[in-house]
Design a protein around this ligand. Structure first.
Ligand code: NAP
Length: 435
């Protein structure tokens, strides 16, 4: 019987699905001792700090993560930072394989003038702010203007726009960060405009997200009918229509044909609007867009422009993986071939393939990488694993400590009629784990 030591860095969906694939690949002759290393004092990655608070169903995947963590061959080492508390080189030497499931948390930039103005934010800062990520509590968000612009036509743009546009009392029964809820309740924002640079037929939203929009109880949703009918004509002319695209367009058509209920809160989706400049005196005041056209399936920029007066711009245009010592980032991802980085180092999830796919996408993706790891394993190393690397007395949040944090948050939530009240302070999180 061989027991191989595997370190997984990053306790998000990709990390847990890698652990699950390893657990499922155990045989009479081969087992794995899995150590999951996480920088934050809490696990679950984007399920905790990315998924929108008004989408609790998506978060139920955490039950699967906890089942994985309960297996005897799994250990959690949270509050341990790669590159600071342990080096990649040391992990490489101590473990039979190291899997980097570190995600992609750096918001991509538009690269247009004015992007650096105050209240021009990336979704990479705004989303963890409303989701109580300890590093983003202090993100400066000013909601005093009546209009907000969200740039990008993907599901993150949709999440951001929805959080800004809904009546904040709808967030009362959720696990939204307390500091964000207070701010949202005092928000003056009543009109949120999502701007996509290409046509409706190119939007990255998923149909289920689009279909949920008209269900909002206190917000009118608006898409220009002509933009949808023009897109429908274009794709019909182009030939066969893919199923997902058809569902997306149907969902957008329904929205465009709906009669407005006259709510003061409005969420609008505009297409063919490419941001060219953010204008303002120290702070965002206006966004200038050039109007694009679709000609023969290609996006053509016109000389026509329009502008939106706004006090807040949030860009949701994708993410890049964060660099750290010993790792090369190429095109926003850890440089890898089918998940293999170099030597006994592998990668899964957004760090491997870029910021695409829903949580479930990580299941098959991680499983493929685990097959590759197994194919490359030979004799297990004789080594101590992470215990040889951490200084004595190092404050690790292990599974037991995390369960204490989790229970405390859930109990606070029960009293407040919420699934949990998230603790945002790093030191208090550690104290809860010690309690
Ligand atoms: P995304 O789906 O890739 O969408 C990014 C959007 O940004 C696209 O519309 C893209 O337009 C636009 N964009 C990129 N560069 C731009 C630029 N320079 N100027 C203007 N627009 C630009 O990324 P995402 O929204 O960050 O989502 C990431 C992944 O997470 C996706 O797979 C998404 O489905 C998933 N997710 C799922 C959920 C859910 O299931 N509820 C929630 C959130 C996220 P072009 O197409 O023209 O490049």
């Amino acid at each position: 019987m061989h027991t191989f030591k595997i370190a997984i860095v990053g306790a998000g969906p990709a990390g847990y699905f890698t652990a699950l694939a390893l657990q499922n690949a155990q045989t009479d002759k081969r087992t794995f001792a899995i150590d999951m290393i996480e920088r934050l004092p809490t696990p679950w990655g984007l399920v905790r700090s990315g998924v929108a608070p008004d989408h609790p169903k998506i978060k139920t995947i955490s039950k699967v993560f906890e089942r994985i963590a309960k297996e005897p061959n799994f250990r959690l080492f949270a509050n341990v930072e790669l590159g600071k508390d342990v080096s990649l080189r040391d992990l490489r030497d101590q473990y039979d394989a190291v899997v980097l499931s570190t995600g992609a948390s750096k918001g991509r930039k538009l690269g247009i003038p004015g992007e650096e103005l105050a209240n021009s934010l990336s979704a990479a800062d705004f989303v963890p702010w409303y989701n109580a990520h300890p590093d983003y509590v202090k993100t400066k968000v000013d909601l005093s203007n009546e209009t907000a612009v969200v740039i990008g036509a993907g599901n993150v743009a949709m999440d951001v726009a929805r959080i800004l546009a809904i009546d904040p009392t709808e967030l009362d029964p959720t696990d939204v960060a307390e500091h964000a809820l207070v701010k949202l309740k005092n928000s003056n924002i009543r009109r949120v405009i999502i701007c996509g640079r290409r046509g409706p037929e190119h939007a990255a939203f998923t149909a289920s997200e689009l279909r949920d929009l008209p269900k909002l109880k206190n917000t009118d949703i608006y898409i220009d009918k002509k933009q949808i009918s023009d897109a429908s004509i274009r794709i019909e002319q182009a030939g066969e229509i893919e199923k997902d695209l058809k569902s997306n367009l149907e969902a957008m058509k329904l929205i465009s044909e709906r009669s407005k209920k006259g709510f003061t809160r409005k969420l609008e989706i505009k297409f063919l609007a490419a941001p060219v400049e953010i204008v303002g005196n120290k702070k965002v005041e206006e966004v200038i867009f050039s109007i694009n056209k679709v000609i023969d399936g290609k996006i053509i920029s016109t000389k026509e422009t329009f502008s939106i007066k706004t006090g807040l711009v949030i860009t949701a245009i994708g993410y890049d993986a964060v660099e750290y010592q010993g790792i090369t980032i190429n095109n926003g991802r850890i440089n890898n071939i089918a998940g293999h980085v170099e030597h006994n180092i592998y990668t899964t999830g957004w760090a491997k393939r870029g910021p695409t796919g829903v949580i479930g996408t990580n299941k098959s993706d991680s499983s493929d990488v685990v097959d590759l790891i197994i194919a490359n394993l030979k004799e297990p190393k004789v080594s101590e694993g992470i215990t040889a690397l951490l200084k004595s007395g190092f404050e690790v949040i292990d599974q037991l400590a995390w369960e204490k944090i989790n229970a405390s948050e859930v109990i606070s939530g029960e009293m407040a009629g919420k699934p949990r009240v998230k603790e945002v302070d790093w030191k208090r999180l550690i104290r809860l784990g010690r309690s």
